[in-house]
Design a protein around this ligand. Structure first.
Ligand SMILES: [Zn+2]
Length: 570
């Protein structure tokens, strides 16, 4: 026995020696790709700036000066000359509804419309391009577009589409707008009762449905509207990935609507068509965590847990939105003292679900917009940490549109991540006239308080909530830095003390975004050993006027060492 073992040891030593000699005899293998002549902002604290990057096998292998990276170049190496442009880590969108957004690319987009006549013009243009009797589907209107009425009305749609059903989602996904034809097809009459957690808005005199459908009432129409086929969904996802890459995104964190379609993402991966990395949350509905939820979550995390598709996360929604008074507040709404909104979950059942899922090692996203919603989520996370003795789970709160002053330091203290969407604070009429009016001046003084949260040690993670707003992160960067509209309003900025620097904002879309997805060891900065997810952009965002940040164009997007987007040459 003893003798045999020593032979084995000898054999092992010889094998290692042979391998070492072989490695020594061969020249070092040339790298796959080099990026040269760049202004590389690495987010590596030791070496924040570099000129060049070398990539092999989908990973960054070296970062440094041009001369040093040149040496790694071989005859087969692809050379990308950045021509003095800014090179950044790939951007991450930490809050997205990817399939919904992807489908919206082929539908009417009302985002940014000025008023009802502008909306009608866009609908006419769409109808001219898509003639026929099919449904007209789209999204993106907001409450301010209807002036003093604040809610949409079917009359504006009936005027253009008397016979063709029209169904349009509001920008926030909480209210929908149908024309008379769609209401008729759905069988909505004066006698139709409101469903639980929803309202069919009616004319106070005639009791007739106006076409505005709040919260769950939209299901009366959506259940009869045409559903995309599997192929249409796949087609939309391909278009969505392309759109995301064009804007510099290399990973997204899905906050709902995608988990049910994990098989489609898997199909794209197998076909070699995946050009974006996905972190996909299971959406856990109230009233409670059930056995079938646990089964679905366990099966998905067992199957999807790598760099490309990861399903180790659960999303919950504790409240609604400020505009429709459904966000849960500690004190009554300023414009309507009869309501404080309310929690969608019973706090005890929510805390139980959080605690169970935290114990199982899952990350948690909780949508919380009102200050009471935010506090409830912080309390539940604190409880879970305490009873499970867990550390560094990095539970997240999504949105945090307003917050009690006392809760600001709890993000840093508890290690809770603040996942926020800069463009939601965009100070247009919807924000200043409706959001701020409903919240009132005190709560509005802590609107989207990312700087205060970060100053107290909290980690920020930025995203869009696409299709709620565009996924274009550069408009988000501009809003986080200026807290103004593109026209520079309001002049002093909306709660200007919450403005961030460009560097802080970039961090929220890259290294801190990776941290917020528990992937900062392999993503989020340009350092050897990390995944080669990088972008080259049109302008040096650290040197330009902040009001031009939103104009940034992405020239090249690289995911896993592969160029997935290249801007057309001018
Ligand atoms: Zn969302």
């Amino acid at each position: 026995m003893k003798r045999k073992r020593s032979y084995q040891t000898l054999f092992a030593v010889l094998t290692i020696l042979a391998a070492a000699l072989l490695a020594f005899a061969q020249p070092p293998r040339a790298v796959d790709t080099v990026i040269t002549h760049g202004k590389v902002y690495t987010l590596d604290a030791q070496h924040p700036w570099a000129q060049a990057v070398a990539i092999a096998d989908g990973k960054i292998v070296s970062v440094g000066e041009d001369a040093q990276i040149e040496k790694l170049r071989g005859p087969g190496t692809k050379v990308i000359d950045a021509a003095g442009r800014l090179v950044l880590p790939g951007f991450v969108d930490c809050h997205i509804h990817f399939l919904d957004g992807s489908l919206s690319l082929g539908r009417v987009n009302l985002e940014g419309a000025k008023d009802t006549s502008d909306i009608q013009q866009r609908l006419r243009d769409y109808a001219a391009k898509h003639p026929g009797k099919d449904w007209v589907l789209g999204r993106g209107w907001n409450y301010a577009m209807f002036g003093a009425e604040t809610l949409p009305h079917k009359k504006y749609l009936d005027a253009i589409f008397p016979d063709r059903p029209v169904f349009l989602e509001g920008f926030d996904g909480h209210t929908y707008w149908a024309n008379s034809k769609a209401l008729a097809l759905a069988g909505i009459t004066n006698a139709t009762p409101d469903p639980p957690n929803g309202a069919i808005v009616r004319d106070p005199k005639t009791h007739e449905a106006t076409g505005a459908l709040k919260e769950s009432a939209q299901r009366l129409v959506s259940r009869i509207a045409p559903k995309p086929s599997r192929n249409e969904n796949l087609e939309a996802l391909r278009a969505g990935m392309k759109w995301a890459n064009e804007h510099g995104l290399t990973r997204v964190h899905s906050a709902g609507g995608d988990f049910e379609y994990l098989d489609l993402f898997e199909e794209l991966r197998r076909a070699g068509q995946q050009s974006l990395r996905f972190y996909i949350a299971y959406f856990l509905n109230p009233p409670e965590l059930r056995a079938q939820d646990v089964t679905a979550i366990s099966a998905a995390r067992k199957k999807f847990h790598d760099d490309w598709i990861d399903a180790n996360v659960v999303k919950m929604m504790i409240d609604g939105v400020v505009e429709s008074h459904t966000a849960a507040m500690l004190e009554p709404y300023s414009d309507d003292p009869s309501t404080k909104g309310k929690l969608f979950w019973d706090p005890a059942k929510y805390t139980f679900a959080v605690t169970e899922l935290d114990r199982a090692g899952l990350q948690l996203f909780t949508h919380a917009i009102g200050d009471y919603g935010v506090r409830t989520a912080l309390d539940a996370y604190e409880h879970a940490q305490h009873v499970n003795h867990t550390q560094d789970r990095r539970p997240r709160i999504e949105h945090i549109e307003t917050i009690a002053a006392a809760d600001i330091p709890r993000f840093g203290k508890l290690g809770v991540i603040a996942s926020m969407q800069p463009l939601h604070s965009y100070p247009d009429a919807d924000t200043l006239d409706i959001w701020a009016r409903n919240a009132g001046p005190d709560r509005a003084s802590r609107a989207w308080a990312w700087k205060s949260i970060a100053n107290d040690g909290g980690h920020l993670a930025f995203g869009s909530d696409w299709p709620v707003v565009t996924l274009n992160p550069w408009e988000g960067v501009q809003t986080a830095v200026t807290r103004q509209t593109t026209e520079g309003k309001p002049g002093a900025g909306f709660v200007p003390e919450q403005r961030l620097t460009v560097a802080e904002t970039v961090r929220g879309y890259t290294l801190d975004a990776a941290y917020a997805g528990r992937r900062e060891k392999t993503e989020g900065s340009i350092e050897p050993g990390k995944l080669a997810d990088l972008i080259i952009v049109s302008q040096n965002i650290f040197e330009i006027d902040a009001h031009r940040l939103g104009e940034t164009k992405v020239l090249t997007t690289i995911v896993g060492g592969r160029v997935v987007y290249q801007a057309p040459a001018k």
